[in-house]
Write a protein that binds this ligand. Structure first.
Ligand code: B12
Ligand code: SF4
Length: 512
């Protein structure tokens, strides 16, 4: 092993977002192999026309031994129906497939083509950047990880050159072994096989299995060190910085792959360390907005006490910051609600999914609809003033006109508890329904169910550009598809700002 190794982390282009993953990897390596030279290059904030040159220049000047690519997003199309301009896709898809107006259908087909073009160019650009390095510097070790790779490893590994080692899930231990120069050259005794590695030899794909999860006690982010190795850090001073407080989720929602990525065992980071990171990012970088980048903030019943402890520490610090995270509202206790308010939790998204207990149970979400309503009440009682986005996944398996009415009822109950009703406050409401359609994801039980039922073809490609597959991947089957799509479009055309509430209002009138 050379005396000091150098690792260049290259965050591949995506919509600008703080690169939590690579900062974890770099911090872990720094702690365990302090002599390693490290540098972070974030191509998400380099203009498209400058990315290849910037990558070349950085490799030439920094001269890394290992180039560690981090690929975050691939499914940038969110199946959300909302006025938020970040999510135009469902509306366009509904216009294309369901609008009674042929002109509107033609106009939306152009947007559809643009989406496909953008998606293809994202994949081409990212794989092209990896190929650039393997071709120009064949002596360098190239490793690829990140959540997009974790989700689509089987597809992506075939798109990148042989020799690239992919890592599914957490990457700290695998990277450490690479820094120690262990890896994939000595057959089955290779230490890298004890990680979730994926690589290929021609068309044959190989993989390892993780023996030990990463020891999170060895993980502490030092914002001062990150500043040193990440010359572009200032781009993230004014945005939301992600801090992970735990890994894994104990629940088993059938459409979710977060525990495929992070595992079902919940591993907590020391709350004192987490809060120290928040404090330092605030004092040293000026950050005021944080996202606890957990699969789920209250990731198990045991997590309630840990979350309380974390928030108590935040409250004690009394910093002018806000925070957010994915939160299961059924686990909000009166104490947690008070701490959430006292620690300045921003707007939250509550995944109720459906007002029908039958649908919630079919999707194995593991809560009672009434518990979600109660969690929202606790927030109100604690004086919460932020918005509560109620995520409903319409047309889930088992959806009928009756279950849709049950969802509308659940929304009304929560709106009554928080806003005092829905009619008068449609545009200023604190509670806002956000309407989703389930996006089918690989490695989930939902996908397995749909393969079994024949809805999905065996061997289908989840990254397919076939319009039939793309349409199927957003789960909105007949017979309710048309009713829902057209009601969404009507609500859109009405100009209502709280467009989810308007969809529910129109639907109720049609269904009753
Ligand atoms: C929190 C989160 C968010 C938050 C982020 C808030 C913030 N300020 O950070 C919010 C809500 C904003 C968000 C938004 C989106 N997200 Co998101 N998000 C997540 C979530 C739950 C955790 C991500 C995270 O930060 N994890 C913590 C860090 C430490 O993990 P990490 O970055 O993955 O890094 C680890 C490993 O990946 C690996 N690794 C990473 N890089 C590398 C490199 C090498 C070489 C190696 C060896 C290892 C390695 O090691 C790291 C440390 O262990 C994941 C699901 C999940 N459980 O992973 C989805 C996820 C990452 N999101 C996803 C998507 C698609 C999005 C959106 C594009 C959704 C949309 N359509 O609008 C947006 C936009 C993101 C953007 N670029 O702006 C997808 C990405 C994959 C995909 N399917 O395309 C995921 C996996 C969810 C999913 N359903 O599939 N997201
Ligand atoms: S609680 Fe959230 S992260 Fe956990 S399995 Fe369900 S959807 Fe996934």
């Amino acid at each position: 092993m050379p005396e000091t190794r150098k690792v260049l982390y290259v965050r591949l282009p995506c919509q600008k977002i703080y690169p939590v993953g690579v900062t974890c990897l770099a911090s872990y390596i720094k702690k365990l192999r302090p002599d390693t030279g490290q540098r972070i290059l974030d191509l998400a904030i380099v203009p498209a026309g400058r990315r290849r040159e910037t990558l070349k220049e950085t490799i030439e000047t920094f001269a890394p031994d290992i180039v560690a690519f981090s690929w975050r997003d691939i499914q940038t199309i969110a199946p959300i129906f909302d006025r938020d301009e970040r999510f135009p896709y469902i509306k366009k898809a509904f216009e294309f497939y369901y609008s009674p107006n042929p002109l509107r259908r033609i106009a939306s087909s152009f947007s559809g083509l643009k989406v496909v073009k953008d998606y293809l160019s994202l994949i081409r650009e990212n794989t092209g950047l990896i190929r650039l390095v393997t071709q120009r510097w064949p002596e360098k070790r190239v490793v690829l990880g990140g959540s997009a790779f974790s989700v689509f490893s089987e597809q992506i590994i075939k798109m990148v050159p042989e020799g690239v080692v992919g890592i599914v899930g957490e990457g700290e231990n695998a990277l450490l072994k690479m820094v120690d120069d262990a890896g994939l050259s000595t057959g089955t005794s290779d230490p890298l096989l004890e990680e979730r590695t994926v690589w290929r030899d021609g068309d044959t794909i190989y993989g390892g299995t993780q023996a030990e999860p990463v020891d999170l006690d060895k993980l502490e982010i030092d914002p001062g060190y990150i500043r040193e190795i990440f010359p572009q850090w200032e781009a993230y001073r004014n945005g939301s910085v992600g801090v992970q407080t735990k890994r894994g989720c104990y629940f088993n929602c059938s459409f979710c792959l977060y525990n495929y990525i992070e595992g079902r065992d919940v591993r907590f980071r020391d709350t004192a360390v987490v809060v120290r990171e928040v404090e330092r990012f605030h004092r040293e970088w000026g950050v005021t907005e944080f996202w606890f980048a957990d699969a789920q903030f209250i990731a198990s019943p045991k997590a309630i006490a840990v979350c309380e402890d974390l928030l108590e520490r935040l409250v004690a610090l009394n910093l002018p910051i806000t925070w957010g995270s994915y939160i299961r509202a059924n686990h909000i206790t009166p104490r947690l609600a008070q701490l959430m308010v006292a620690s300045n939790m921003g707007d939250i998204e509550v995944s109720i999914t459906s007002g029908s207990q039958k649908i919630v149970d079919h999707l194995t979400l593991g809560f009672k609809v009434e518990e979600i309503v109660q969690g929202c009440r606790y927030l109100k009682e604690a004086g919460y003033k932020g918005r509560i986005y109620l995520n409903f996944s319409l047309n889930a398996p088992g959806e009928t006109k009756e279950t849709l009415l049950q969802s509308i009822d659940a929304y009304k109950k929560i709106a009554a508890a928080i806003d005092g009703g829905i009619d008068a406050t449609l545009d200023k409401a604190q509670v806002r329904p956000l309407l989703f359609f389930i996006g089918i994801q690989p490695h989930t039980e939902f996908e397995a169910e749909l393969l079994k039922s024949g809805y999905l073809d065996k061997g289908y490609n989840p990254l397919s550009l076939n319009p039939r597959t793309i349409r199927k991947m957003m789960y909105n089957p007949a017979p309710l598809d048309r009713l829902l799509a057209r009601t969404c479009l009507e609500a859109w055309d009405s100009g209502a700002e709280n467009v989810g509430a308007e969809v529910f209002r129109l639907l109720e009138a049609k269904l009753k």
